[in-house]
Design a protein around this ligand. Structure first.
Ligand SMILES: Nc1ncnc2c1ncn2[C@@H]1O[C@H](COP(=O)(O)OP(=O)(O)OP(=O)(O)O)[C@@H](O)[C@H]1O
Length: 335
C-alpha cells in the first residue's frame, strides 16, 4: 500500500536564489497526483527534495511519522527505499542491458540470489510489457521502451511512493496514452502513492486524483482534480487550458503593463472546457480512490463547465471510453 506524504512550508533556494518557498501539500496515500508548472519553476527540484537528493532550506516532509529533512544520512537512506523514481530520460546505464539495469537496485540494496532477482526482474518487465527486450542495450530500444524500462527499475524494490519526472516527454500522443494507462494500472495493482510531473495537459486532466500547480516560486493551488479543472483562478485557468492570455508570460510572469494592455484590448480567457471523466484502470474495477464524477463540485457548490463528465448515463453509472487518450471521444463502454 501507499503512504501519505505531508509537505509543510517547504522552501528551497540555490545560491540565495529561491526556487520556491512555503510549499505545503499532502499527497494522499495510494492516490495519483500531478504537479504542473511553467518550465524552470522547480518541479524537478521538488521531486529531488522529496526523495532526499536535495536538502530544503526550511520545512518538513512527513512520511510515516518521520520528518525527512531532519533525518541523519543513514536514516534517510532507509526511508529512500520507500521511493521509486522514474527520471526524465529513464536514467538507464547505457552500457548495461535492460535486464541488468532493472536488476541493479536489487543487486545494490538486497541480498537476493540471482535466481530470486531473475524472478523479480521478469515480473517487473512483464508489468511494463518489456519481456523479450532483456538483452538489449538502452541505445537499441525506442524512447518509449526506455521509459518503460526506467519504470520497471523504479518498481523493482516495490516502492510505496513513485515519483515520475515527465514520463511523457518525447513520446508521441499514442505512446503517451499507453503510458498513462500503464501508470493507472500500476497504481491500481501496487496501491502506491504516485506523483507525476508533466507538461501534458491531457494527462493532467484525465489521469490524476489531485492536481497541483507551481507558479512564480509558490504552489498556486493543490487539490482534487475537479477543483483545479473548474477553477477560475487566472493562473490555473490559463495553464490548464494552454492559453497565452493570462498572467503567465513567455519568461515567467507578465508585468502589470502587459496585463493592462490585455485588459484594455478586451481579450479574455475562453470559457472553461468540460471536465472529462478520469481514465479507468484496464481491470474494469473502480480506481482505489475513485469518487463519483462531479462529487467534488457538488460538495463545494461549484457548477462544473457545461458538458462536463460526458459519457455518464442517466442511471448515474459511469460510462467511459477505452483505447484513447481522451475520455469522452469514441464509443461509450459501460463499466
Ligand atoms: N543543483 C542545482 N544547482 C543550482 N540550480 C539548480 C540546480 N538544480 C536546478 N536548479 C535550478 O532550479 C530551477 C528549477 O529547475 P527545475 O529543473 O526543477 O525546473 P522544472 O520546473 O522541472 O523545469 P522543466 O519543466 O523545464 O523541466 C532552474 O532555474 C534550475 O537552473
Amino acid at each position: 500500500m501507499g503512504v501519505e506524504v505531508a509537505v509543510q512550508g517547504l522552501t528551497k533556494s540555490f545560491g540565495g536564489q529561491p526556487v520556491w518557498s512555503d510549499v505545503s501539500l499532502t499527497l494522499p496515500a495510494g492516490e495519483i497526483s500531478v504537479l504542473l508548472g511553467p518550465s524552470g519553476t522547480g518541479k524537478s527540484v521538488f521531486l529531488k527534495t522529496l526523495v532526499g537528493l536535495l536538502r530544503p532550506d526550511a520545512g518538513s516532509i512527513w512520511i510515516e511519522g518521520k520528518d525527512l529533512p531532519r533525518l541523519s544520512e543513514r536514516a534517510l537512506y532507509e526511508v529512500r527505499k520507500l521511493f521509486g523514481v522514474l527520471f526524465q530520460d529513464g536514467a538507464l546505464f547505457g552500457s548495461m542491458t535492460i535486464y541488468d539495469n532493472v536488476a541493479f537496485p536489487l543487486r545494490e540494496h538486497t541480498r537476493k540470489s540471482e535466481s530470486q532477482i531473475r524472478e523479480v526482474v521478469t515480473e517487473k518487465l512483464d508489468m511494463v510489457g518489456l519481456v523479450g527486450a532483456e538483452r538489449k542495450l538502452p541505445g537499441e530500444i525506442s524512447g518509449g521502451m526506455r521509459k518503460r524500462a526506467g519504470l520497471a527499475r523504479a518498481l523493482v524494490l516495490d516502492p510505496r511512493i513513485v515519483l515520475f519526472d515527465e514520463p511523457d516527454s518525447g513520446l508521441d500522443p499514442v505512446r503517451t496514452a499507453y503510458l498513462n494507462q500503464l501508470i493507472i494500472d500500476l497504481n491500481q495493482r501496487t496501491g502506491a502513492t504516485f506523483l507525476i510531473v508533466t507538461h501534458d495537459i491531457n494527462t493532467a486532466r484525465t489521469v490524476p486524483d489531485n492536481i497541483g500547480l507551481i507558479y512564480h516560486g509558490h504552489l498556486a493551488m493543490f487539490g482534487a482534480r475537479e477543483m483545479l479543472l473548474s477553477s477560475t483562478e487566472p493562473v490555473v485557468r490559463q495553464f490548464l487550458n494552454a492559453q497565452r492570455i493570462g498572467p503567465i508570460g513567455m519568461a515567467e510572469e507578465k508585468d502589470a503593463e502587459e496585463l493592462r494592455a490585455e485588459a484594455d484590448a478586451g481579450v479574455e480567457l475562453p470559457p472553461l472546457p468540460p471536465i472529462p471523466l478520469q481514465l479507468p484502470p484496464s481491470d474494469g474495477l473502480p480506481r482505489a480512490a475513485e469518487r463519483p464524477p462531479g462529487q467534488w463540485c457538488r460538495e463545494h457548490g461549484v457548477t462544473p463547465p457545461p458538458g462536463s463528465f460526458a459519457g455518464l448515463r442517466d442511471t448515474g453509472a459511469p460510462t467511459v471510453t477505452l483505447g484513447g487518450p481522451r475520455a469522452g471521444d469514441g464509443p461509450e463502454v459501460t463499466r
